[in-house]
Design a protein around this ligand. Structure first.
Ligand SMILES: [Zn+2]
Length: 156
């Protein structure tokens, strides 16, 4: 286990399209364990591999309530979305800022687990927002590219 450094959106890694994971091996498991530790340490809701400098299609989302419950999504694809939500969104790679972003209110994804087995996961509200935000990272998209505007200091 080990904490990884979270890159900011100034780094080129955050703006690249990530490659699929093809090897479900010890190296992937170490990455997932390190990312989970990094996410829990950060207090964030989600973390994508490019945020720690790894250009692979790996995302973690904390789907828990009061207790963290880390969902590992490898090679995730958006299967279905519905509804709409509009509100503030932040990113560990854009520290100290929040922007207003429109997202679907419901999202269903398909992904592989750490052993390569496909499964589906779904969520509403914050989880749906997080799925969309994190999957965008895998295509080099930061929320600041799809937001309306940053929140002002008064609004924060
Ligand atoms: Zn982010």
């Amino acid at each position: 286990m080990g904490l990884r450094k979270i890159l900011t959106d100034k780094e080129p890694a955050l703006h690249k399209v990530c490659k699929p994971v093809t090897a479900f091996d010890a190296k992937l498991h170490k990455l997932l364990d390190d990312m989970a530790e990094t996410l829990l340490d950060s207090g964030g809701v989600g973390l994508a591999a490019p945020q720690v400098g790894i250009l692979r299609r790996v995302v973690l989302v904390d789907v828990g309530g009061e207790e963290p419950e880390i969902l590992e999504l490898i090679n995730p694809e958006l299967l279905e979305t519905s509804g709409e939500q509009y509100g503030p969104e932040g990113c560990l790679s854009v520290p100290g800022k929040y922007g207003l972003v429109k997202r679907p209110n419901y999202a269903k994804v398909r992904a592989q687990d750490r052993d390569g087995n496909w499964f589906e996961a779904e969520g509403e509200e914050l989880i749906a927002r997080c799925f969309c935000h994190e999957l965008d990272h895998l295509d080099g998209i930061i929320y600041t590219q799809v937001m309306d505007r940053f929140l002002t200091e008064d609004e924060m």
